[in-house]
Design a protein around this ligand. Structure first.
Ligand code: APR
Length: 236
């Protein structure tokens, strides 16, 4: 066990081999659904039922999905390193694979909260978050405070409450690994820039991801194969 820290930023691509879709690949989720309708704060206030149905569908898919070898290999890094997983994913596959420190930048699909809490004023406190597992949440389902429940997801148009925590973890990392993200959505996409000078940055994605950052070494493979190569590189 070294005292070295690895920060792992993941996106939908790490869960692709578990059968969960990505967002922007051909046939991705945003080809079938308008994110501004089902994943934005405006969409929520315009049609709460539509948003609840979208995340009920996502919860049903997750119930039948299992962590894949990439999730398991990321979790296995903890045998030799201190590992901070910073995921854009709202699924629970990193935790189910055994990763013990996972920061969900964009929320968690298995959790809900009253629609009038966790805002800037109350510092996005987690005290009012409820775990619903894979159950459905419908219009009219209220929290104990009598307020409609909403997905505990960071909608487009909302702040990313765990951003500072994520920046701190990247700034402390000795190695940075990025797996399965198009780096399209900020602020998550800019996180790697907080890596200290000289920290090696690896990116696993079968498609070329143009970051124009010379520090990034891309492993052009799917996550399961790319993780095998990354772990071999660590041993060199
Ligand atoms: N292994 C590794 N990477 C893969 C695989 C795979 N098997 N399949 C696809 N990918 C890559 C794609 O090439 C792409 O670069 O995963 C990336 C997925 O990109 P997106 O679909 O844009 O997903 P992501 O980057 O996670 O999106 C970020 O956007 O809509 C918001 O909140 C949502 O968290 C999401 C954020």
């Amino acid at each position: 066990m070294t005292d070295k820290r690895i920060a792992v930023l993941t996106g939908a691509g790490v869960s692709a081999e578990s059968g969960l879709g990505t967002y922007r690949d051909n046939g991705g989720l945003w080809d079938s659904y308008d994110p501004m309708e089902v994943a934005s704060i405006e969409g929520w206030y315009r049609n709460r039922g539509k948003v609840l149905d979208f995340y009920n569908m996502e919860r049903r898919k997750l119930k039948d999905a299992k962590p894949n070898r990439a999730h398991l290999l990321i979790a296995s890094l903890e045998n030799d390193y201190t590992v901070d997983v910073i995921t854009q994913n709202v699924d629970n596959l990193h935790e189910r694979a055994g990763s013990t420190h996972v920061v969900h930048l964009h929320g968690e699909v298995t959790k809900v909260r009253p629609e009038n809490t966790c805002n800037d004023e109350d510092g996005f406190s987690e005290r009012s978050v409820f775990d619903v597992g894979y159950d459905e949440v419908k219009l009219g389902d209220k929290a104990p405070n009598g307020v409609q429940l909403r997905p505990h997801i960071v909608f487009f148009g909302e702040a990313v409450p765990k951003l500072e925590q994520a920046i701190d973890l990247v700034a402390r990392a000795d190695i940075m690994l990025i797996v399965g993200t198009s780096l399209s959505v900020y602020p998550a996409a800019g996180l790697y820039r907080y890596a200290r000078a000289g920290v090696p940055i690896y990116l696993i994605d079968p498609k070329e991801v143009n970051t124009f950052d010379k520090r990034i070494h891309q492993i052009r493979k799917v996550a399961t194969e790319g993780m095998e190569e990354f772990i071999a590189l660590l041993k060199d």
